[in-house]
Design a binder for this molecule. Structure first.
Ligand code: ZN
Ligand code: ZN
Length: 305
């Protein structure tokens, strides 16, 4: 990989770049809170379960990358989303869909989404902007884009949270955040969508310590996102495949990829191109209302509890 022990190269990926910016679980929790209108320090402290130090650190970080704006005119500072972070709205909706499909939570089960444009309760769906079919990971092929290159990444990241720490159960998609709010775990799932199956294949793309990789794969198997089947008996070796629950995470990653393409790309362009085999076009994934098929925008959606 790289002779410099403090960094290593990975294939350029807008998902990986997006994860570098907002993929830490505390950042995901904070952004989720602000989307729900929780935007003072004390509210976020209660809502996320973060310590004061961690919360301060992440709020500073999110401001430094232009994902939060601090307003100090009132008695307490209030944090607002920016143009950049509002565009993570579809990512939040896809997270919610996955959570509600695979976990039962009294809070989330009570939430009803209403689309002002058609006036109906609805469910968000991801469809192809060209052929209108619902996006399924099995209909997607990947090829290198104009910005395909190698990114250098630091071995140790400043914003690191233990993978095993559970977040506040108040978070609407806390199971997803607990699982994917870890850079390596999220990267492994993204790589599995590219068809990687074996430990060595994952390790080639993600050259972290083998014990970290083994631990995250085990976690994904335990959570039912990957299944493992032996492909060799002596020594015993496993292949990992996405389960239905794992494949259902695809829309979440597609929205992250789109956001990463827009906000984390270099001048060279997108590192990866996705083709929708149903229509043969480059995938233009849209998150739409399942009632009227219009693309959802944050200001036209209301939540009823
Ligand atoms: Zn299509
Ligand atoms: Zn609608």
């Amino acid at each position: 990989m790289n002779s410099d022990s403090n960094s290593f190269g990975t294939r350029a990926s807008s998902i990986n770049r997006a994860l570098d910016q907002i993929g830490d679980k505390w950042c995901l929790l904070i952004l989720q809170e602000v989307f729900w209108g929780v935007n003072t320090f004390s509210q976020m402290l209660a809502g996320t379960g973060a310590s004061k130090g961690v919360l301060t650190d992440r709020l500073n970080w999110l401001q430094s990358i232009d994902c939060l704006r601090k307003e100090t005119s009132g008695r307490h500072p209030v944090y607002h989303l920016t143009k950049k972070s509002i565009e993570l709205y579809h990512n939040g909706l896809m997270a919610m869909v996955w959570e509600r499909t695979h976990f039962s939570s009294p809070d989330l089960d009570k939430v009803e989404l209403v689309h002002d444009r058609c006036g109906k309760p609805f469910w968000p769906v991801m469809q192809c902007g060209r052929c209108d079919k619902t996006v399924d990971s099995r209909d997607i092929s990947f090829k290198p884009g104009p910005g395909a290159a190698v990114d250098q990444r630091a071995t140790k990241t400043r914003r690191r949270s233990p993978a095993a720490t559970r977040s506040s159960s108040k978070a609407l998609y806390h199971n997803l955040i607990d699982l994917l709010g870890d850079r390596w775990t999220a990267n492994l799932v993204a790589l599995a969508f590219h068809g990687l199956k074996r430990f060595d294949e994952f390790h080639r793309e993600l050259p972290v310590a083998t014990n970290i990789l083994a631990d995250r794969l085990k976690r994904l198997v335990n959570e039912g996102v990957l299944s493992q089947q032996p492909y060799q008996r002596s020594p015993l070796r496993y292949e990992y495949q996405l389960t239905d629950k794992g494949r259902d995470l695809f829309p979440y990653f597609v929205t992250l990829l789109s956001w990463g393409n827009k906000y984390c790309s270099t001048d060279a362009g997108d590192p990866m191109l996705l083709t929708h085999s149903c229509c043969g076009n480059t995938l233009q994934a849209q998150v739409r209302c399942d009632q009227c098929s219009e693309v959802l925008i944050a200001t036209e959606v209301h939540f009823h509890l």
